[in-house]
Ligand binder design. Structure first.
Ligand code: HEM
Length: 417
């Protein structure tokens, strides 16, 4: 079935073209109807920087998109109680809470997951990055020079770092990838995966069980890890409840996996495709921070976030009705020509980049400092160590999802000397 509207807009946000090049697709929407009702997905789609900023900072746009799903399921004649149980666990995540509950929750988490604690991780991040880059070189030697950079570096780095911060023993880390993949299918909506609810439920319950046991251990014998810091976090009389502790650990482990993996992989791809920019960064390491900011703008891991209108809202001459779902397209905002000059150009010397890659407002990414640290440590190392790295032929396959932007594999010929 073709989803093309009278205005020539394609409602299939996951067509092969839109998945490979979301920027072209979103640019087309922005030019014609920046506040667009997509009938196929029964959702609004916002693509202008100004509207996206409003939707993320105006309290009438609610982040609690889980409670309505639970209510709908419960109202059915024969509700799927397994599904309800899984969604009830998700509903406790910080990212799905609205103020005032969100405010208190975030304040307490921030006491433990603070910029100071993250800055203290630099040495560890550098050590792990060095090890992984060297392991990739060795792997390439054994494999005709070609490696999947996601499997060798972009996935393991953030996974090892967040697991080690939380105090998860090294031998348990492999299990997290499976759990994270299962939950990811639900949270980020792999629409072509019919079994996503069942898998997410199993993954979520196992992960919750694992985290509860971990918290139990650090209550008895506190360490200097993040899990212990979260258990001890106090604000006056207040502390995190058991449910909140489990939810935030799951949210951090999960947040620490997929997004940063995609930041690293998308960055490497952009530098391979823009060798002049890679050369600039190699020549001047002090550009690393600016390079990662430009990456978050140019091809960041978060394509969209979701909000639900808590009441009728006028935006861009349209009326968004109470209860309507809104895709707040960060990828659209980040290429808005009203805000960024020549927005489709990858330019690591760009000044005053007001990108929305980490969101904005009360839900601004809690892991931003950590993600930046990991990106600025590992991407320049890869470019430095493998200056002649190139794509290894295979066509790139992007994840077929609305919310994130990532590749399944990044096969590269390292050409290490
Ligand atoms: C480049 C990597 C990352 C990107 C692009 C990213 C992006 C985002 C975005 C756009 C939001 C806002 C969501 C919304 O408004 O609905 C967010 C929130 C969040 N992120 Fe990240 N993230 C990244 C890495 C991380 C990491 C490494 C962690 C944790 C270790 C993390 C943990 C969180 C948490 C807990 C929230 C919820 C904050 C709240 O609701 O107050 N993120 N992230």
């Amino acid at each position: 079935m073709s989803g093309t509207t009278d205005a020539g807009l394609d409602d299939e946000m996951l067509s092969a073209g839109a998945v490979a090049d979301p920027y072209g697709y979103l640019g087309g929407l922005r030019a014609v109807e920046p506040v667009y009702w997509n009938a196929r997905y029964r959702s609004w789609v916002l693509t202008r920087h100004a509207d996206v900023s409003v939707a993320m900072t105006d309290g009438r746009f609610s982040s609690d998109r889980i409670a309505p799903v639970i209510a709908r399921e419960r109202a059915r004649a024969r509700p799927d109680l397994d599904l309800v149980e899984t969604f009830e666990l998700l509903d406790r995540w910080l990212v799905f809470r609205d103020p005032p509950e969100h405010t208190r929750f975030r304040r307490l988490v921030h006491k433990a997951f603070s910029p100071r604690i993250i800055a203290s991780m630099r040495g560890e991040v550098e050590r792990v990055a060095d090890e992984l880059v060297e392991a990739a070189r060795v792997e390439a030697e054994a494999a005709d020079g070609v490696v999947d950079l996601i499997r060798e570096v972009a996935f393991p780095l953030p996974a090892i770092v967040i697991a080690s911060m939380l105090g998860v023993p090294a031998q348990d880390r492999e299990r997290f990838k499976d759990w994270s993949d299962d939950i990811s299918a639900l949270v980020f909506g792999a629409l072509d995966d019919p079994d996503r609810h069942g898998r997410a439920r199993v993954g979520m319950l196992e992960l919750v069980g694992y985290i509860s046991a971990l918290l139990e251990r650090v209550r008895e014998v506190p360490g200097d890890d993040l899990a212990s810091a979260l258990v001890q976090a106090r604000d006056g009389e207040e502390s995190l409840t058991e449910d909140e502790l489990v939810a935030i650990c799951v949210n951090l482990l999960f947040g620490g996996h997929e997004t940063t993996t995609n930041l690293i992989a998308n960055s490497v791809l952009a530098f391979i495709e823009h060798p002049d920019q890679a050369e600039l960064l190699r020549a001047d390491g002090s550009l690393a921070g600016a390079a990662i900011e430009e990456m978050l703008r140019f091809d960041g891991p978060a394509k969209s976030v979701v909000r639900i209108a808590a009441e009728d809202i006028e935006l861009g001459g349209r009326t968004i009705r109470a209860g309507d779902r809104v895709f707040v397209m960060l990828a659209g905002a980040n290429r808005d020509p009203e805000v960024f000059e020549d927005p489709d150009r990858f330019d690591i010397t760009r000044k005053g980049v007001g990108h929305l890659g980490f969101g904005v407002g009360v839900h601004y990414c809690l892991g931003a400092t950590l993600a930046r640290l990991e990106g600025t440590v590992v991407v320049p190392r890869l470019l430095e160590r493998f200056p002649r790295m190139e794509l290894a032929g295979e066509e790139l396959e992007w994840d077929r999802v609305i919310l994130t932007r990532g590749m399944k594999r990044l096969p590269v010929r390292l050409n290490a000397s």
